[in-house]
Ligand binder design. Sequence first.
Ligand code: ME8
Length: 754
Amino acid sequence: MKAGKDSRGAKKRTGNAKTGRATGIGVRSAKGQKGMFYITTAIDYPNSKPHLGHAYEKTVADCIARWHRLKGEDVFFLTGTDEHGKKIQQAAEKAGKPPKEFVDWQVTGFKELCVKWGVSHDRFIRTTDQGHERMCQGLFQKALDSGDIYLGTYDGLYCVACEAFYLEKDLDHGLCPVHRKPVENVKEESYFFRMSKYQKRWLVFMEKNQGFIFPKSKRAEVVNRVREGLHDLSVSRTTFDWGIPLKSDPKHVIYVWFDALLNYLSGVDWPSAKSKKFWPADIHVIGVDILWFHSVIWPTMLFSLGIELPKKILVHGFIRSASGEKLSKTTGAIVDPLEVGDTYGVDSVRYYLLREIPLGEDGNFSEAALVERHNRELANDLGNLLNRTMSLAEKKLNGIVPKAKVDQELAKQLGLKKIVSHMDALEPHMALAEIFSFVSACNRYVNGKEVWKLEGKQAEAALYSLLDSLRVIAILLSPFMPDTAVRISGQLNVPLGSWKDLKFGLLRGGKRLGTKEILFVKKDVPAEAKAQVARDISVSIEPRLDALGLKLACAVVEGVSVKKKHEGLDRSIRETVKAADLSAVEASGVIQGYLELYDALGVPRQRHAVANLVEIARQSGKLPTINTVVDSYNLTSITRGFIVGAHDLDRVSGNVRVKIADGSEVYIPLGAQEAVPVKSGEYVFVDDKVVLCHLDVKQGEHTKVTNETRNVFLYVQGNARTPQRELDSAMEEICGNIVKFCGGKWKRVEVSVR
Ligand code: ME8
């Protein structure tokens, strides 16, 4: 069965709940009426094909929408496309098509994505829909009549890619800070929205509604920017015509963001019985790049129109390439969601994205990590559980569900309350972890009871417990992996249940099971990720540096699997920071030894990186979370004071030399695209092409460790005050931790002085 078909099917089944038959844990929506829930995604620009970021956003919203439907709520889920504005007009011109014909064609790709990814939206809105256009004209006129919109002249800067106005001070070296492209100088007659008038009201609103922006960490920046002052906003354009014309002055078209944001109202036919039922929206799901528009412009528009504000803006993180680059056509880092869905199965990709990336955090899309989760968690843990339960039921019970009771020892291992509270807290990754911990409990049950050896009543009791648990697992998985949920229920030969069926013992005895089928076929790790055998590398130190006491312990760890974070590692870090004597680290003289080395080289002393790290640990009780390699070595850095650096061995060219810089070296700092000079006189680690590390600045963009890294080259730096054996033992500790939290194996690398 195709995912799309299943998704609608799953929705219809849970739709039973809409008739009021669903019981279970009652949940009130924000509107106070039991069971109304309105969720939206951003509407996508169809100037090119959908990308993985679009698919991710729809997956997040879909999962939440399905979860609320499962709870028996009346859900309205809106997605769609943002079809006006100069960006679309330019793309249409490039394609040689009139804009409407262009968007009519482009939108098919976005609709196909929704079908293939099992997105269970109730409406796909297009801003070229007549109803939307009429409503926009009406609401614009209302603001004009009330005096909140006035005529003036816009004279300033505009980025077409963002469809946004900029002030000179916000540019980055004269370029748009988001797209790094030149901005346009615009001077034209324009209507303005009196956004400035609502500054105070907005700040009061934000004070009262602390949870308006999720995650909270994204709130402060917006609040600070509004505190600095709100400018009136240009809300019409006259220099192109692809937009909604003003009723009263048709040579103006409505600014594309003013038009687009109103989709959340026209999507429920504002004003209508439907909008009365669903507005205000419970959650707008968006990416961080459009937070300003949703958290400031949109609320002030609603203040002006006298319309209630949405309850929550959920800001998800950005998906980047496996090596952490921004997904972009210019850099060639693009992932086609339809293609990855076809290769790995949509449910596997949905699972990977929802399990791997905590909501609100950025995530790197790594095919190797996706395959690993697909093989280990889906094919091995879940797939095998179903497969062996079905096989044993066939063999021992002739494929008939026995009349028995669920073993309470197994049942009590399902953390339903935890799953619910994780979903309430918008932590789908944790909810999934909890569901899969029950899957593991079921696998342990099979092994512990040696079910394959049981006969008669004992076999019946154990297999009934497993079959019924799989029925419950299918229901719980339905918001995350709708197709899989239907396929599991199909094998059990029961309809996919709803909230009221989330109790044990509902599987009817005497019924025949369905046909056994493999849920997930194991996939091969992509060829690039297979290069796990580390190449050889040598390290040499310039004699002058050796004479000044600079020393090293170096190693390679091969075949690692790097992740953003690891719960065990986080725990170790918290415990280590708590127990560490951070003042002793500073007093130990190790950090002082580095500063003395800088003095000997005539390099200015700056605050030392390790001292900074110790300070962070002291103040916050934790360390920054970078990835499981960096976090593993930071653990040693803060307890022993050493500078440690790690690099992706497969991105290091040739061998590594530690030398005194002459100023001609190429260094690209983390996150940058351009090289910056390194001061002559500093000591630097260089390969055949670039600087890997200078002084205590231990990483560069070129060789940084990412989720895609398979082999790591690392070093512990020492100085005149640190005996070599201490460096060696620190290296052992670090490599031990990396192997513990990232897998692989490690070997020492010899260092020569020449
Ligand atoms: O901004 N990872 O449209 P859009 C995750 N039309 N999310 C991403 C992403 C990535 N790499 N790239 C983009 C627009 N997004 C406007 C919205 S709403 C009234 C108008 C997210 O096609 C982005 O943050 O550029 C946004 O939420 C959505 O995809 C559509 O982006």
